[in-house]
Design a protein around this ligand. Sequence first.
Ligand SMILES: C[S@@+](CC[C@H](N)C(=O)[O-])C[C@H]1O[C@@H](n2cnc3c(N)ncnc32)[C@H](O)[C@@H]1O
Length: 217
Amino acid sequence: MRLRNRPEAEAFLREHPEYVILDPQKYNGQFSSLFPVKQPLRIEIGMGKGDFMIGMAQKYPEINFIGIEKYDSVLYVALKKILKQTPLPNLKVMCWDATHIQDVFSEGEVDRIYLNFSDPWPKKRHYKRRLTYHDFLVQYQLILKEQGGLELKTDNRTLFEFSLLEMNRFPMTFDDISLDLHHSIQMEDNVMTEYERKFSPNGPIYRLVAHFESRGE
Ligand SMILES: C[S@@+](CC[C@H](N)C(=O)[O-])C[C@H]1O[C@@H](n2cnc3c(N)ncnc32)[C@H](O)[C@@H]1O
């Protein structure tokens, strides 16, 4: 999802340091210092317009959340939505490409990673760009705490199967797998994403929850 170029996006993001982490590398190992309360940290990679992060931050004030988005034009839209809510002290966002996620978070800094409706990159030659490709998983393994969870939701069966196979190359435990989230008991706790709202009427939503057996070196 790349929105049309918005020159005003960067300036607007800079005007809101209360939500936007402008220089993420500076906080490597110290992201908890950005929040008023030191509590578990969960991140969404590819947050898009932010519906999920807003919903989660409202529902779980006892957890800190950071939404990560590659494009500032998309983050700009998310920030506008965030600013319409009552203040969310447990939410921050940042513009960053997850290809280099290991450069911002230190070993074991993150409690849980959410990947929601990640771009499926359907062409075979692009499979390395999928956010569950081996090289991304190596980094997730490193930044996640021992027993830290990875949650994936998608409507794309091919991406789901690819993700299972990639994860299966690691020592990982699958804690839960659903082939139709919206007709399962897990739906009770589900916070919808923008894409989920849009695409769930067309077919099943696949979800998996997993954790690495040990942290990467
Ligand atoms: C299909 S959208 C889904 C948005 C949202 N998670 C949802 O479920 O509604 C995928 C988002 O991931 C972002 N994205 C893709 N690759 C990324 C990367 N390497 N690092 C950070 N964000 C990325 C895209 O810019 C896009 O906004």
